[in-house]
Write a protein that binds this ligand. Sequence first.
Ligand code: PMP
Length: 397
Amino acid sequence: MRDVVYADYQSSKPVDPRVVEAMLPYFGGTFGNAASLHAVGDDATAALEDARAAVARFFGAQPQEILFTSGATEANNLAIIGYAQRNRRKGDHVIITEAEHISVLNIAKYLEKNGFKVTRAPIDLYGRVSPKKLRARITDETILVSVGWASNEIGTIQPIAEIAEMLAGSGVALHTDAVAAEGLVPIDTSAVPVSLMSLSANDIYGPRGLGALYVRKGAQVAPVLLGGGQERGLRSGTEDLASIAGMAAAADIMAAEMPAEAARIGAIRDRLAERVLGEIPDSHLNGAPLEPSGGRLPNNAHFRFDGVEGEAMILSLRDEGVAAATGSACSSKTLEPSHTLISCGLLHEEAHGSLEFTFGRFSKVDDVDRIMAVLPGVIARLRVLSPLYKAKAKTPA
Ligand code: PMP
């Protein structure tokens, strides 16, 4: 790789070399189709079920509650559309929050076009949804609530356990997109009674293009992909055994390393935040407080800088060998400001002036020094050109 300081772990993570090693046998030796009845197929079935058990173990689930998909987008589609369609006779109302990933937002629009009612629950200035406000939006027609475990943009962790407890026994199912939180905070479905949970392999340093949906025993979902009936009839298509073995290896590694790794990544993030907020004038933190009790993922630092545009910062940093993000990579090609930041109450120009750094397994403390060797200069240069910043400088305090 080019000598780039990579601080965009939220959009993509390198696959751990130990995971690659675990995947290799499935490109040659064990190549069977788990649906076949012969011995080669049996080997594939055994490998598939071992992997399912490992992924389930990491998330406190039973193996039969894990279905493999092509990624978290597909898992979100299967969870929300599949649950809504299967349970339509009970009601036609779904609740999401304003902080959801673009895939959930677009699924919600699709449901509306297909006759469902969708309510978008507000978030506070930290990006957090209140269980009380969610509860107030539940009607007799509500069948499903979908709340991301944490924000992939600003790293705010939602009170998922409280929301799950509130919904338990009410007949309203809870889906959570846990992708942003995976591998950074404990996720245990035996302790938190969610009904459906979307997962991605890459977010625990497994391969891209593989995900999983946790479906709690008893939750009824209709398939959205029809075919040969693999994955208990809920996700047809031959399983990608190499990637699935990769996700299993990634889960085993993460189970052993997460506490120490999250603390190490958190220290790198804290160092960047301290230096940015201390050394760059008119810089601010977006999202929840950094303290461990603040409800924020340890990998995430999200700032805004008065008078400067996010895209201009990214391109200047790119020239200086730093890879950061303005927000979600999945919506980075739209010029709209982040819906999450706007919902937190930021003005359009504030949301546009935002920059996200996310760290991970291969980040080093030294990365912070390399970022800080260029970031103050980039912002100062852009501010010289900024009519917004000049106007602000002239405004009497
Ligand atoms: N949910 C969240 C929170 C994400 O950050 C992403 C993107 N990494 C997705 C869903 C979609 O995942 P994928 O691209 O694997 O389908």
